[in-house]
Design a protein around this ligand. Structure first.
Ligand code: ZN
Length: 361
């Protein structure tokens, strides 16, 4: 694995720059997204010089979380990581800037935490276009011993969060790392992501992540084996397009007369964004354009082509074989089981691969 530790700004979501936004702009009122689940919707708030992403995940996130069947608290946190990964991953494209079926040209956005909490490792990734997966490792006994009070501080605990963009085997990886706090303004995954933007870009950013299980009596009756409960996730990110405060003095005309009003308009957008309730973000009956219009209509909100999200794992016999080759022949021999094969289970999708061991010398 080639990993170069470059300044975190390398992870800056390029599409947040207005020049990079998809030219196919559409008026909000004219949008018809049809089915509104499993989408990332980029938008721009015209009069406030802010842009953002709205993520609404239904069947895709439910499929990933149901597959793992982790305890509910673990599913909640993995769900938040999946929302972040969908949000940030959908901002990258392959090297040609379009969809490419060749694995080597696919770009991947990886979020990984390592911390001292009951959940000590969490990995979620996004492979262009729109493929999402994730898993967690946790201490079940410790998780069970956490009460309501200790849950917030000890579920993830303290550690760090790494966000990596992988552009393929023959290119450098770009990685940004921020600390993961268990209290204070940067606590939790959304706090760490916020902290990242504050540090790297100095762009004011608002991030909200919501996860919940919904009950659907119809689903319970119509789907064999379903208990009717399913996971939904929603996320909102809004970011100011120009810096305020620290960076201003570097920019010519920094003392422009509308400086104050620019900050005022961001403050208003921030307050409007904070007014969004979890149940609105998660409501399958509240369409994304309606939600955005409800929040920002006074400032003129435009939305752009959305990215469809699906639950999918990119593991394959080739990728697992490549991983196995990182071990020496004696190490591989030690992995051989009773049937004379090496069994490797993908932690993302639980699929088990049966591989031939190296010829013993
Ligand atoms: Zn897999």
């Amino acid at each position: 694995m080639t990993s170069s530790s470059l300044p975190p700004k390398n992870l800056a979501p390029k599409n947040l720059n207005p020049q990079n936004l998809d030219p196919e702009k559409m008026d909000l009122q004219k949008m018809d997204l049809g089915h509104d689940d499993d989408l990332v919707v980029p938008f721009r708030i015209e009069r406030a010089e802010a842009s953002g992403r709205l993520v609404r995940l239904g069947p895709a996130i439910n499929e990933i979380l149901t597959l793992h069947a982790y305890p509910e608290k673990v599913s909640q946190v993995i769900g938040q990581a999946l929302l972040l990964v969908a949000m940030f991953g959908s901002m990258i494209k392959d090297r040609q800037g379009n969809e490419n079926p060749e694995l080597d040209h696919i770009e991947r956005f990886i979020l990984q935490t390592q911390s001292d909490g009951a959940i000590n490792l969490l990995v979620a990734d996004y492979v262009h276009p729109g493929h999402l997966r994730g898993y967690a490792r946790f201490d079940a006994d410790r998780l069970a011993s956490l009460d309501e009070e200790s849950l917030a501080s000890q579920l993830l605990g303290k550690g760090h969060l790494a966000m990596t963009i992988d552009r393929g085997p023959d290119t450098d990886r770009y990685q940004g790392i921020v600390s993961l706090d268990n209290e204070g303004p940067h606590a939790g995954l959304s706090g760490a992501a916020n902290h990242y933007f504050e540090q790297s870009e100095q762009l004011p950013t608002f991030i909200q992540l919501s996860m919940a299980r919904h009950f659907d009596a119809q689903q319970k009756d119509s789907e064999a084996g379903s208990d009717g409960w399913h996971w939904r996730g929603g996320a909102l990110m809004v970011q100011k397009l120009t810096s305020v405060g620290g960076h201003k003095s570097d920019i010519p005309d920094a003392q422009s007369s509308d400086h104050e009003s620019e900050e005022d308009s961001w403050n208003r957008i921030n307050i409007l964004s904070q007014s969004l309730k979890d149940h609105e973000l998660l409501d399958p009956l509240l369409a994304s354009p309606d939600l955005l219009y409800r929040l920002y209509h006074e400032d003129g909100v435009r939305i752009f082509d959305s990215q469809k999200i699906t639950a999918a794992c990119s593991c394959s016999t080739q990728s697992v074989t490549r991983m196995l080759k990182a071990f020496s022949a004696p190490e591989q021999q030690e992995m051989v089981e009773g049937d004379g094969k090496i069994h490797i289970t993908c932690e993302f999708c639980n699929r088990t691969y049966e591989l031939e061991p190296p010829a013993s010398s």
